[in-house]
Write a protein that binds this ligand. Structure first.
Ligand code: PGA
Length: 233
């Protein structure tokens, strides 16, 4: 892997006026390790820049209000997030749907960032590995092209809370995820990133985790200057 990857998940934040300022600031960015995932409607503003662009969700079926992976590819979008916990929880996205999205996305040339992670209750019941195993087995069923898969380990209790697991727990989860993916696919070079309250205060510590390939950043990516700082730390 080239550099430590920074994926910005803007969710459904920002308006056109904010995006104009954001893009003005992000012009400063001069690396090769940044993916920005804006709200779908604003994606055209973000294309043709030095960073890569991702979409936050795709749909594998013809459906009102949705976007197919082939359409995302057609627009020059390189990545898609699949199975973010916002969608698993708020929109009841099923593991079957997540798997279909993963398959259709890689088959249509997108790199998939598949999100997995446990709730606080599951963590306190020591079920983290069981949950990760289930989400990986179901999410990656019948997937072929593992070079185009990135796994995002996002403990649900760390998202938007200011809390993060300690480095050892992240390292252990990343090791476990890499082992499971290897056992499913025989592919031994899967990239795993961490998400959940990543900010300027903890990025340097997170970068010390030896088997971690990057981070997925929500709130701290809403300020373009902060995001550029994150890529440089
Ligand atoms: P956060 O969000 O960085 O605001 O915790 C991460 C995410 O939802 O992917």
């Amino acid at each position: 892997m080239k550099d430590f990857l920074i994926v910005a998940n803007i969710k459904n934040n920002l308006l056109v006026k904010d995006i104009i300022t954001y893009l003005e600031q992000i012009k400063e960015y001069d690396g090769n390790n940044l993916v920005i995932c804006p709200p779908s409607i604003y994606i055209p503003y973000f294309l043709k820049n030095k960073f890569d662009v991702g979409i936050q969700n795709v749909c594998h079926e013809i459906c009102t209000g949705e976007i197919l992976p082939i359409q995302a590819s057609d627009m020059g979008i390189k990545y898609t997030i699949v199975g973010h916990s916002d969608r698993r929880i708020l929109l009841n996205e099923s593991e079957i749907d997540i798997n279909k999205k993963v398959q259709d996305s890689v088959n249509n040339g997108l790199k998939v960032i598949l999100c997995v992670g446990e709730t606080l209750e599951e963590k306190s019941m020591m079920k983290t590995t069981r949950v990760l195993n289930r989400q990986l087995q179901s999410g990656l069923r019948n997937v072929k092209n593992f070079e185009n898969i990135i796994i995002a380990y996002e403990p649900i209790w760390a998202i938007g809370t200011g809390k993060t697991p300690n480095n050892q727990d992240i390292k252990d989860a990343v090791t476990y995820i890499k082992e499971v993916v290897s056992s499913i696919s025989g592919y031994n070079d899967i990239h795993v990133i961490y998400g959940g309250s990543v900010d300027l205060e903890n990025i340097e510590l997170l970068k010390k985790i030896p088997n971690l390939n990057g981070v997925l950043v929500g709130k701290s990516s809403l300020d373009a200057d902060k995001l550029i700082e994150l890529t440089k730390k």
